[in-house]
Each structure stands twice: as C-alpha cells, then as structure tokens.
Design a protein around this ligand. Structure first.
Ligand code: IPE
Ligand code: IPE
Ligand code: MG
Ligand code: MG
Ligand code: MG
Length: 290
C-alpha cells in the first residue's frame, strides 16, 4: 500500500512538472492568457485521469516517459472542461479547486480562450512527442478527439444543460454520465493501453473498468453536491438539478456508487496479479471527499 501511495505521489509530481513545460509561453502579449491557464491548471486537481493512464500503461510495461505527454493531454482536456463548465452560461459556478472560478478573476472572454487553448494544446503535445511511437499517434489522438467532441463530453454537457431535470428518464441520466464524465476516463485507460500494444480484449476490459468507475465518480460528485461542504469539496455545490440523487435519493445513490465500483473491479479481473493499483485507485475514488 505504501509503495502505491509513493507511486501516486511521484506520478502526480511528474505530471505537474511536465504540464508546466508543455504549457509555458514566453510571448509578453499573452501574459494575461497564460496566467489564466496557469491559475486553474496548477490549483490542486487530483490528476486522476493521468494516474489511470499511467496505471493502464504499466500493465503492458510502458514506461512513464512514453506516456507523459498523453497523461498531460488528458489533464489539459479535463482542466479545459472545468473552466468551460463553470462559465455563467453553463453551470455559473463561483468556486473551483478551492479558489474563485477562472472567469471571476480573468473575465469570461479570457477564460473561454484559456479553455480552448488548453484543449487544442492537448492534441499537439501528443503529436509532437518523439517518445510516442509514430504508428500509434493517429489512433490515440483520434480517440481523444472522439471522447471530447459531440459524441463525447461536448454532447454530454449539452444533454446535461438542456435535459437534466428532476423527472428525466433514466436513459437520459445514463447518457449524461457516460458522455460528460466516463468517456474521458475510458480514453485515459484505452489510450495508455494502446501505446502498450494491448489486445482488443484488454482494451475493452480497461474501458469497462473506466465506464463503471466514471459512472460511480459522477454519482459521488452529485452526492457531494448534496452532502458535502464547499470548503471541503473545493467547488460550488449544485443541488437544484436532476441527477441520481434527485431520482434515487441519498441512500440508494451511495449503494450505487459501491455497486458500480465493484463492477469496475470485476472488469479488470483478467489482469489478475497485476491489478493492485487499479483496485487502490477505485477505493480512493470511492472514499473521496473532494
Ligand atoms: C470534476 O472532476 C468534474 C467531474 C467530471 C465530476 P475531478 O473531481 O477529477 O476534478 P479535479 O481535477 O480533482 O479538480
Ligand atoms: C461536469 O460535471 C463534467 C465536466 C465535463 C466538466 P459537473 O458540472 O458536475 O462537474 P463539477 O461538479 O462542476 O466539477
Ligand atoms: Mg456541469
Ligand atoms: Mg459544474
Ligand atoms: Mg458536479
């Protein structure tokens, strides 16, 4: 266990250091944009998606150096989505990662550009990385673009904004969870595995793990909106909209978080003997308070 915690700590530090390298920009005219990007990027995210990518790659003995641009790309995409998600015409949230939301400090115009800047740079860093085998780049970047776009996170956010209400159908809720949250988790696992030459069966197993974990993650996120405190969760709490908790209540939702986490662990049984870190990651997410 101690060994795994050290691994998580080191992976997080590596991601932070590399993000700084990938996102730095010396152009004096862009100082304000750079500050806006840095403000949210280095404000204490859990770095869950990069961590999962490293763990998935490690199953196939891919060294971290070969995954670092991809891991950072996942975090850039995720951070971009958070800045966008908080804007007044989206969730209109005031607090993110324990601080005022990006647009409250830098303005909506700059925050929107910071989000798009992070998102586009994500694809670039993978394509520019000599450590990522040339023959894998197209497949990996295609996957990333797919989970971000209309059939992924963008679509999930759209359905969330337009169709989530307290009497929505289960299918709509499922669509939202899968697309706005689970799909990026799935890509974190599958792209890491792709670089490691995983078989289709192994990629599917990691995707099933990520799907279920992502699902549990969003139910828990919605639970924290109801049961958490803003100082602890570190972001504005939204408990006025349709979600699992509105549909099923707190107790049932808690049960579902455990149920989906168990399903996630079942899915990676095929890596028996090598899936210790996947289990710890799932347990950590199950217990998270922020
Ligand atoms: C929050 O994600 C957004 C959701 C998909 C629910 P995280 O809980 O991973 O946020 P950070 O990166 O740790 O701030
Ligand atoms: C957002 O879901 C998922 C994203 C793609 C950002 P939420 O709106 O619940 O995320 P938080 O709670 O603001 O982090
Ligand atoms: Mg939202
Ligand atoms: Mg939100
Ligand atoms: Mg939320």
């Amino acid at each position: 266990m101690e060994e795994i915690l050290v691994y998580f700590y080191e992976a997080k530090n590596l991601v932070d250091a590399k993000l700084e390298e990938y996102m730095s920009n010396d152009e004096p005219l862009l100082k304000g944009l750079q500050e806006s990007i840095n403000y949210t990027l280095y404000s204490g995210g859990k770095r869950v998606r990069p961590l999962f990518c490293f763990i998935a790659g490690e199953l196939f003995e891919v060294p971290r150096e070969r995954l670092i641009s991809l891991a950072c790309a996942l975090e850039m995409i995720h951070t971009a989505s958070l800045i966008m998600d908080d804007l007044p015409h989206m969730d209109d949230a005031k607090i993110r990662r324990g601080k005022p939301a990006n647009h409250l400090i830098y303005g909506q115009d700059v925050a929107a550009l910071a989000s798009i800047g992070l998102l586009t740079r994500a694809y670039e860093v993978v394509l520019n990385d000599p450590e990522v085998p040339e023959d894998k780049k197209a497949r990996v970047v295609r996957k990333l673009a797919n989970v971000v776009g209309v059939n992924g996170m963008v679509g999930g956010q759209f359905v969330d904004l337009k169709f989530s209400n307290k009497s929505m159908e289960y299918k709509t809720l499922e669509y939202i969870h899968i697309h706005k949250t689970a799909s990026l988790f799935m890509a974190a696992g599958s792209t890491g595995a792709m670089i490691g030459d995983a078989t289709d069966e192994q990629i599917h197993a990691l995707e099933a793990y990520a799907m279920n974990l992502g699902f549990a993650f969003q139910i828990l996120d919605d639970l924290l909106d109801v049961t958490g405190r803003v100082e602890e969760v570190g972001k504005s709490l939204k408990n006025d909209k349709g979600n699992f908790i509105a549909l099923h209540g707190i107790e049932k939702s808690r049960e579902l978080v455990t149920e989906y986490t168990d399903k996630a662990l079942q899915a990676v049984k095929i890596f028996d003997g090598k899936n210790g870190k996947l289990a710890v990651l799932a347990q950590m997410l199950l217990k998270r308070r922020s």
